[in-house]
Design a protein around this ligand. Structure first.
Ligand code: 8YV
Length: 321
């Protein structure tokens, strides 16, 4: 039996590449540079399957490109599949899988880290130290906001939202409120549902976003909704940049209408608006939510599990469409 041909669009952990090599005929991306649109189309035409990720934009145009598509599966490295137009993929008969579960803890850890970084002014104060401007300990200098007893508002109470809430509640004594589109809970920690995003935005001292990116949620955290936040509140985003109206967030931060933000994701990655970079009250991370050796290896292994199941003709562990 001939071995299926797989194209891997980015460099993956060694153990994952080794496992792929054992089972498939594989083209790796040793340079680790993101594929151009042309290269993605070509890959779809020559491979049986692709192991792809968030930097590969499979929009309608690419998925409907001239010339017969040979690929049958897109095994996405990532739980979010907003880089793939799922309707267009389905129309082409492409199976799509993702990597849920294995990155929940790592991403919730980064959400918690950003909650702490934002409320305790870590980026601003570290920058001051690094630039040699720390002159003395001051009893009243560099004061942040304590989170114990404060309210964390989770928007999108899926796996990562729950894991963040659990950490904040059990580890840091925060009260948790949340909005989720469908009914969910109860959980094994105290958390109160709210019936609208507006209610969470109004009431929370820290709002943490955990909803999927893509068309359905684009701009959900709108200027109006940001306008409901307390002047003392913080916004944390480890989900997708496009769920927030980024210019509206920048205005709110600049004008002091909210206290600060912690962002791991941006609307047009890897471009980060200069206005955000210039703001002291924001911590900015380069999309590292799942970036641990353990997690990235587990994500790769789950993507390979999906590929193997597909070519074995068995049920995929995490099929999206
Ligand atoms: C991934 C993520 O690392 O899984 C996701 O959806 O946001 C990240 O944790 C990213 O998508 C790159 O694959």
């Amino acid at each position: 039996m001939t071995r299926p041909r797989i194209i891997v669009t980015r460099k993956l952990p060694d153990a994952v590449e080794e496992r792929l090599r054992q089972r498939f005929t594989v083209a790796f991306n040793t340079a680790d540079t993101p594929f151009s649109s042309e290269r993605l189309v070509r890959a779809l035409q020559v491979a049986d399957g692709l192991l792809c990720t968030v930097t590969d934009l499979f929009d309608e145009q690419i998925l409907q490109a001239e010339g017969k598509l040979n690929a049958k599966i897109l095994a996405n490295f990532g739980v979010g599949v907003n880089n793939i137009d799922l309707d267009a993929a389905e129309a082409q008969g492409l199976v799509v899988s993702n990597t849920p579960g294995v990155l929940t803890d790592a991403t919730a850890d980064i959400a918690m880290a950003l909650i702490l970084a934002a409320t305790r002014r870590m980026s601003e104060t570290e920058a001051m130290l690094r630039s040699g401007n720390w002159t003395s300990f001051s009893p009243t200098g560099m004061l942040g906001t304590g989170i114990q007893g404060k309210t964390l508002g989770i928007i999108g109470m899926g796996r990562i939202g729950q894991a963040t809430a659990q950490r904040a509640q059990a580890g840091f004594g925060m009260k948790v409120i949340y909005f989720n589109r469908s009914k969910t809970g109860p959980f094994d920690f105290p958390a109160e549902a709210r019936d609208s995003i507006e209610a969470v935005m109004r009431e929370a001292d820290v709002v943490s976003l955990h909803l999927p990116g893509g068309a359905a949620n684009r701009g959900t955290i709108s200027a109006e909704r940001i306008g409901l936040m307390k002047k003392t509140a913080f916004l944390v985003n480890t989900a997708r940049g496009d769920v927030v109206d980024e210019p509206a967030l920048i205005s709110a931060l600049k004008e002091g209408r909210i206290a600060g933000a912690g962002l791991d994701v941006f609307a047009a990655e890897p471009t980060v608006p200069q206005a955000l970079i210039d703001l002291p009250n924001v911590t900015l991370l380069p999309h590292i939510g799942s970036a641990t050796v353990e997690t990235r290896t587990a994500m790769g292994m789950l993507a390979v599990d999906n590929l193997e199941a597909f070519f074995d003709g068995t049920d995929l562990p995490s099929r999206v469409v």
